[in-house]
Design a protein around this ligand. Structure first.
Ligand SMILES: C[S@@+](CC[C@H](N)C(=O)[O-])C[C@H]1O[C@@H](n2cnc3c(N)ncnc32)[C@H](O)[C@@H]1O
Length: 352
């Protein structure tokens, strides 16, 4: 007797529909983050009517949003109409360990959505969407929009906290005397490195809009005596004479010409025998349909859509180094969950 066809089992996993509609959960999470629902629910389970009063929202629509959040596992409907925060939803709380609230605000921001909306134009023209949509680069935009810069810097720190722990554990920083974290943002990475190397001194070098919070963070970690915050433009120069220059998630923001210019600034400044360290994704030569590759490829699209940069392969990093007076020494993969590698390079004798 013929077996009934298992339509849903056989066809659903191969369907494009989940990808076609995958923006929908992202918008739901962003709406929850903007409304601050996680912080309100952290005080105790609540109803849509109660939360609507606290957020000035439309109660029936908020009820539907809560049901959508329940379907995604961010809240649980513990009894009809009563919603409680789950550990996953707790990641939308502000100022808790592991918070991803600023990431939700940043990726859900109007700027991110307008730029991703122009992805097709980027592909057709090669131009960064920020230029296409706003007529300026990402960091010019952040300098002109302080509230967006606060969210961006905090979002970077949310990503960097976990990476910083892995970097500090994977590499021996005690061999250096002075390190510059170039484009170091609010100092999250430098703080972890200085904590792991008690004799090391360090500088967080960034644009004024980038490292505005760094002095406060380093002081709070008790590192002020060994840490300095310097504002400047890495296309002009970076602080001189250190024996280590580290750049995390910086080179991937820029095209090849700009990346070589940043690396040349580091090459001019680095002490003899010093090391350049990049913390970046190393793209595979061939892409597979796997969760790890998908994440890397989507973030590469994000670089194309927003700052106009790119994620690179090992061969592409070697080429950048060669053009800027460095040579690749080794690549230390960090734990897969961290998603990035530590790329070590040395200045070539004679420099650029
Ligand atoms: C993607 S963020 C990475 C921040 C930090 N390294 C991290 O991973 O958390 C890039 C950083 O480069 C900084 N930046 C951009 N243009 C710069 C410039 N011309 N000179 C110095 N820093 C710059 C930004 O302000 C920002 O902090």
């Amino acid at each position: 007797m013929p077996q009934p066809r298992q339509e849903t089992d056989a066809v659903a996993p191969a369907s494009l529909l989940p990808l076609i509609t995958s923006f929908m959960p992202a918008r739901v999470v962003h709406a929850a983050a903007e409304l601050g629902l996680a912080d309100l629910l952290a005080a105790g389970a609540n109803t849509a009517a109660g939360l609507a009063r606290e957020t000035s929202a439309h109660a029936p629509s908020l009820h539907r949003l809560l049901r959508a959040l329940a379907s995604l596992g961010l809240v649980e409907e513990t009894e009809p109409g009563l919603f409680a925060l789950t550990p996953l939803g707790g990641q939308l709380r502000r100022d808790v360990p592991g918070s991803q609230r600023n990431l939700a605000l940043m990726f859900g921001s109007e700027r991110a959505w307008r730029c991703w909306g122009a992805l097709l134009d980027c592909i057709r023209t090669g131009e960064a969407a920020m230029q296409h949509v706003y007529g300026m680069g990402s960091f010019e935009y952040l300098a002109a929009h302080p509230a967006a810069a606060v969210v961006f810097n905090a979002a970077m720190a949310e990503i960097t906290r976990e990476v910083a722990r892995a970097v500090a554990a994977a590499y021996d920083f005690t061999r250096f005397r002075r390190i510059v974290d170039v484009g170091g943002g609010n100092g999250t990475l430098l703080a972890a490195i200085l904590a792991a190397a008690p004799e090391l001194r360090g500088i967080v070098f960034d644009l004024p809009a980038g490292n505005a919070e760094a002095a406060r963070l380093l002081a709070a970690a008790g590192l002020a005596p060994r840490a300095e915050v310097v504002a400047g433009d890495f296309f002009q120069a970076v602080p001189e004479g250190a024996d280590a220059y580290i750049l995390k998630s910086v080179i991937h923001d820029w095209d090849d010409e700009e990346s070589v210019a940043i690396l040349k600034s580091c090459c001019k400044a680095i002490a003899a025998g010093g090391r350049l360290l990049l913390v970046e994704r190393v793209m595979p030569e061939r892409m597979k349909a796997s969760p790890v590759h998908r994440r890397m490829a989507m973030l590469d699209m994000n670089m194309l859509a927003l700052p106009g940069g790119r994620e690179r392969t090992e061969a592409e990093y070697r080429a950048l180094f060669a053009a800027a007076g460095f040579e690749l020494a080794r690549i230390l993969p960090l734990p897969e969950a961290v998603g990035v590698s530590l790329i070590e390079a040395s200045p070539v004798a004679g420099g650029t």
